[in-house]
Write a protein that binds this ligand. Structure first.
Ligand code: ADP
Ligand code: MG
Length: 225
């Protein structure tokens, strides 16, 4: 009975989320389409063409960012949880984020103990780790060090993502995970909400400590399998 309730609640949350994400992707598409229609008219000046083209690109980038934060690694039917050694994901994670980090002058270190077995779904966990590490990199506009570590603490598997970037005030930390809350120019405000929900479906939680101008540490804690 309880399981039934939980299951239908989860479905509701998911379809609600999918609906709002679809809406957020449709907006930039509509705007881009409008500009393309104007561009197809022969009366448009060269100067206006340049402006409209860059606006179209910006809107497409926005849609792309939403997809990256929300469902890059989603696979259909990937709901099933399986026993998974988190440390085996290190290589994949470093390959995914290194180009982005290098572009921004950020050094990444990943340090995981072996055999960190949890019940999870690897695509979703990767999505979460990419979202958190991406935020860490973006929090260091003039470069820095991003440290990812994983260890076992009694019956918990702990994963930490730590940056020495801009940090957050208490008020900002309180707002984390609210859908579409973003302080960034091209932010989606989806990355954390998605990550919080993913970790919740694995029976874990995410904690944040942060200090303005010093940096932020996200701590994921999952039950050891
Ligand atoms: P986005 O990255 O698109 O803005 P997120 O949901 O990933 O959306 O993050 C929401 C907000 O949380 C960010 O805009 C930023 O203000 C804050 N934030 C998240 N991670 C960090 C971090 N490591 N350092 C500082 N601020 C952060
Ligand atoms: Mg983000």
């Amino acid at each position: 009975m309880r399981l039934e309730v939980q299951r239908s609640e989860k479905l509701n949350v998911l379809s609600e989320l999918a609906a709002s994400v679809a809406h957020e992707i449709r907006n930039p598409m509509t705007v881009a389409r409008g500009f393309m229609q104007i561009l197809s008219q022969s009366t448009v000046t060269e100067e206006k063409k340049l402006i409209y083209t860059s606006m179209v690109i910006e809107e497409i980038d926005r849609a792309q960012n939403i997809i990256t934060d929300y469902l890059s690694f989603a696979k259909p039917q990937a709901e099933k949880l399986e026993e998974l050694d988190v440390s085996s994901l290190s290589h994949k994670l470093i390959n995914l984020i290194n180009p982005y980090a290098a572009m921004r002058g950020v050094e990444v270190s990943i340090d995981m103990e072996p055999a960190l077995v949890v019940k999870a779904n690897s695509e979703k966990l990767i999505q979460c780790l990419v979202n958190l590490t991406k935020n860490g990199i973006e929090a260091m506009p003039s470069g820095g060090l991003l440290q990812v570590s994983g260890f076992r603490d009694k019956a918990k598997i702990i994963l930490q993502i730590k940056d020495n970037g801009i940090g957050m005030t208490e008020e900002q930390v309180d707002r984390l995970g609210t859908p579409f809350y973003s302080t960034k120019n091209k932010g989606t405000g989806l990355g954390l909400m998605v990550s919080y929900r993913i970790i919740k479906t694995f029976g874990g939680l995410i904690d944040v400590t942060s200090e303005p101008d010093h940096g932020t540490c996200f701590t994921i804690s999952l039950p050891a399998a």
